[in-house]
Design a protein around this ligand. Structure first.
Ligand code: NAD
Ligand code: 0WE
Length: 258
């Protein structure tokens, strides 16, 4: 049986009740994990309040800000983890960002700043967080990140995010190769399109979802909780032999050629 009792899990990327990270946090909690939650702070503290209210029923023992563009925030977040928990078993990386103008139109028009920012937040952050978690995973651990088919095949308008996801997926393999000797496993879930804060800001997302509902073998899209179940599996001892993999949780869409 899937059992995460006694495991400490740090979850990044919860913005609201539609976030994939929220689906993951709920399933980790249900499997018995002890949760730590990080959120992206903003000037008015609105995110903090919203996320705090949302996660309250899961009784997280850690709730800290962590903007991955700020080394000091990452350091402070992991200092809190070290002080309160001493060790960490599970790290969920569930965040991405690109400028809205870089997610439409010609990919060749991507600016240097836009390219750099998208890759920094969406790809490099995994390596940063893995490096911070490594010393706290002395007994081994499991790191899971979220990716999308647009990092492997061209999806209209995904543009610079596709390049960032390609970098993220290769980072999974290099991290898995390095951290394997410490019994730390690193995997990605490639989720099908889901309506979330990030995806809803993208023009035409509903058309994409309808396309998946027609073409995918299961004739539907997936839910945040289904992604959460796959994440809980990858973080559990049931997946002890799995590392460096990209697991498609997409109702089968990826196998179709036409
Ligand atoms: P979401 O908007 O709920 O989550 C994105 C999160 O990224 C937010 O919580 C936001 O606060 C965080 N974030 C952005 N910049 C940050 C920064 N500088 N520091 C720290 N956090 C930052 O949207 P989502 O769809 O749940 O996205 C979560 C992950 O799932 C992303 O990696 C996304 O690429 C991936 N994904 C989404 C879909 C989809 O269709 N929604 C499909 C496959 C993969
Ligand atoms: O990874 C994602 C979402 C990534 C994302 C979305 C936004 C919108 C708002 C990153 N940064 C931003 N920045 C914003 O300002 N997905 C897999 C969902 C998604 O995004 C797409 C998709 C799909 C699917 C963008 C274009 C085409 C398809």
């Amino acid at each position: 049986m899937l059992n995460l009792t006694g495991k400490n899990a740090l979850v990044t990327g919860i913005a609201n009740n539609r976030s994939i990270a929220w689906g993951i946090a709920q399933q980790l909690h249900q499997a018995g994990a002890n949760l730590g939650i990080t959120y992206l702070p903003d000037d008015k503290g609105r995110f903090e309040k919203k996320v705090a209210e949302l996660v309250e029923p899961l009784q997280p023992s850690i709730f800290v800000p962590c903007n991955v563009q700020d080394d000091a925030q990452i350091e402070a977040a992991f200092k809190t983890v070290a002080d309160k928990w001493g060790k960490i078993d599970i790290l969920i990386h569930c965040l991405a960002f690109a400028n809205k103008e870089d997610l439409t139109g010609d990919f060749s028009q991507t600016s240097r700043a836009g390219f750099t920012q998208a890759l920094e937040i969406s790809a490099y952050s995994l390596t940063q967080l893995a490096a911070a978690a490594k010393p706290l995973m002395a007994e081994g651990g499991s790191i899971v990140t979220l990716t999308y088919l647009g990092g492997v095949k061209v999806i209209p308008n995904y543009n610079v995010m596709g390049v960032a996801k390609a970098a993220l997926e290769m980072s999974v393999r290099y991290l898995a190769a390095e951290l394997g000797s410490h019994n730390i496993r690193v995997n990605a879930i490639s989720a099908g399109p889901i309506r979330t804060l990030a995806s809803s800001a993208v023009g035409g997302i509903l058309d994409m979802i309808h396309h998946v509902e027609e073409v995918a073998p299961l004739k539907r899209t997936v839910t945040q909780l289904e992604v959460g179940n796959a994440a809980a599996f990858l973080c559990s001892d049931l997946a002890s032999g799995i590392t460096g993999q990209i697991l498609y949780v997409d109702a089968g869409y990826e196998i179709m050629g036409m």
